[in-house]
Design a protein around this ligand. Sequence first.
Ligand code: 13P
Ligand code: SF4
Length: 347
Amino acid sequence: TYPEMEERVWEIKQKLGKKLFIPGHHYQKDEVMKFADAAGDSLQLAQVSSINKQADYIVFCGVHFMAETADILTGDHQKVILPDMRAGCSMADMADIYQTERAWVLLQEMFGDTILPLTYVNSTAAIKAFVGKNGGATVTSSNAHAMVEWALTQKERILFLPDQHLGRNTAFDLGIPLDKMAVWDPQVNTLIYEGDAEDIKVILWKGHCSVHENFTVANVHEVRAKHPQMKIIVHPECRREVVEISDLNGSTKYIIDTIEKAEPGSSWAIGTEMNLVKRLIDKHKDKQIISLNPNMCPCLTMNRIDLPHLLWSLERIEEGKPVNQIVVDKDTSDNAMLALQRMLDRA
Ligand code: 13P
Ligand code: SF4
């Protein structure tokens, strides 16, 4: 039963003490988050993983790319475990290394050595390594502005992988007009743009988050019609047209901080992952909070990490036969580290 499983998790946590560290992303289920030693967005989890030197086992409650990042940032003696190997990310799957290398060759033919690659941390270790090797950096939603600004001081233009929406929203906020942005479609190896190729400052990889793309302009209009006083706050993984007509947009951490600081009695429609929205509703009973899309599903891959999988992975550690270890090979790890370090130095 669930109570019995919970009791076992507490028992193992107590037994392993500081040898075990459980980071949990804000989009994880409550049944898992209650056991997290650190809760955070992807930047915070990257930072806590990089400073933890004590834990032998890091049981990562998040998705595969986050566990890979943790493996890159932690020491050789530390094992990173993902409680369910099926916890991937559909956005990260939208850019593979072969497509990226192919795109790079074609883009270099078009633009010469004028492009700096940046990748959202929501990408495979191989893509982070590619970016690191080519002088670029990783970004997260909470430092994307600073990182894009920095990148454009290094080269004339950037290639932003794999989330076109975060890239477009960030560049637009920095004053780059939409007609200076192009979209690279990896399915057909084609750059789509209007105007003059020479003017392009930002090349956006055609990827997206299947959770945040579910928030629509119609959702915004419905909320405005029903609750005119309500403020609308969305994650920058949402489409440009949704971000444009919302009141505020920002990373997971920004959304949490904004709701935290909001006046009692204020009302909010939130456009981000459902587990987090539910938690904010439960925590802030003095504020009226709804999801921007009432039919919203949680991130299904994040949700694969549940109490039974967490317990299963902890029990295997307890018996000295850990499973589901995430290992990034040394060469990939060293190059990916270059990209991560350029971000952590500026974050
Ligand atoms: P952040 O945690 O950087 O806001 O990213 C959101 C997300 O979609 C994580 O998968
Ligand atoms: Fe990937 Fe979107 Fe889920 Fe985050 S919320 S893990 S970006 S699919």
